[in-house]
Design a protein around this ligand. Sequence first.
Ligand code: MSP
Length: 532
Amino acid sequence: MSDTKAFFLTTPIYYVNDAPHIGHAYTTTAGDVLTRWHRQRGERVWFLTGVDEHGQKVMRSAEANGVTPQEWADRLVETAWLPVLDTIDAANDDFIRTTEPRHTERVQRFLTGLKDRGEIYEGAYDGPYCVACEEFKLPGDLVDGVGDYAGEKVCAIHGRPVEQVSETNWFFRLSAYGDKLLAHYEANPLAVQPQSAYNEVTSFLRGGLQDLSISRSTFDWGIPVPWDEKQVVYVWFDALLNYATAVGLGDEPGTPGAEQFAATWPADVHLVGKDILRFHAIIWPAMLMAAGLPLPKQVFAHGWLLVGGEKMSKTKLTGIAPATIVDHFGSDAFRYYFLRAIAFGADGSFSWEDMSARYTSELANGLGNLASRAPAMVAKYREGLLPVATAYTDAEVALQTLLASTVETADESMLRLDFAGAIGAVKAFVDAINLYVTEQAPWVLAKDEADAERLSTVLYTICESLRAIAVLHHAVMPKATTSLWEQIGADVALGPIGEQVVTDAGCWGQLPPGTTITKGAILFPRLDEPAV
Ligand code: MSP
């Protein structure tokens, strides 16, 4: 194992009560794009995703379907949660399930350690609980119900009544960590992003924290509390630990687990939806502080995909399956669209029409058209061999300068998780090349032998620009860029696209003259009207 720490990125682990919708796929896509980008910066990367299998929410789905929770979880993982990773083309390094022994054993050991440190005590919980959130609520968190629930207090996120819980439980001394967390965030403003999320967390902390019930005694679908087997660990306490159990938390020094932990922890980015920000930016770091472990470098809360102005959700029957979109537009367009059209951190609405419009203008007509014209012209005018560029004019120098700044903007935007900014910068470069093709009109140059050298320079410039575009868009659109890479002969000349360093993409002149350019499949075929 290398001695440099990996760039470690996580997605939330998803509840297996139901199949994924595009809101879940959105988080995983963002994580996949960012980790592919870091890999292409030459960094060692660890990208973790997985599923959250315990708790009442999953248990009740299993009951409703007449199977055990474990059978239900196995079924959903095999038929829905693993396949969706292929659907969206995610290249995760690991997939954790919270029923795996590597997780349950490490959770139990962590819990025992906290108890030994005096961080856990027995107490009575009496208060509201939302099973859909799997969260103990404060009375102030509830709102007045409407419709069927008029006159009742309901969960502000799910609009459904909460349940009253009255149990003797084990408690974690969360209240002891409020000031320490606040001081940590004041000293590290990038530790919670975007700014709106930072503000939410710090203002919540200023209001003071209460201790947290971390076990449940009225059902048994969970990890047994090691010293009190009548109780199971509260599902969030179990789930948050996945980020560390997956990389060897608490293993004996000298073991592979301990080595992996040293080479991976702390996480660089926990990607979360804004609904689960407080769990990640308050409870989780307090658990780590209590155990004396380093804190994650950043929690980034993205917005919601909305339907009719509300969070897309299976509970509200508004979930769209990722395959519905991918089957029509392809996985590359799915990845491109959601990260380009919605500012990461803000809410956004999905609309089939908007996606079709962008697909046609930016992918089929923009990049796709450029990618198919270039090999066609090299075939027609230069027998499929990349010519030598002789004398560059101002037009080419301007493009080379634009490319250098595009690389800088894309990299700097990606590192801030401004996906739309990074993609927009590359798109602007694609537009500039398309304009260059129109202005230079190679088909006119081809008519006069006196313009032969000029034509060669123009053709070289277009293909070398496509080389850079393929590298810069690879993290977002792995399939189309791999095809483009092969069409311009770069796989033979320069090696696999995934090994091209993104920050070097602006160094001009990498594609050697004489490279064989071949016209391949259309990258973004024109599509018929929507199937739904
Ligand atoms: N199991 C917990 C997370 C535990 S992490 C230690 C959970 N699971 S979840 O399946 O309900 O949701 C997980 C995540 O899915 C959300 O935080 C968010 O990242 C994503 N999304 C679910 N619905 C979404 C939208 N409508 N829009 C965007 N993202 C959404 O919470």
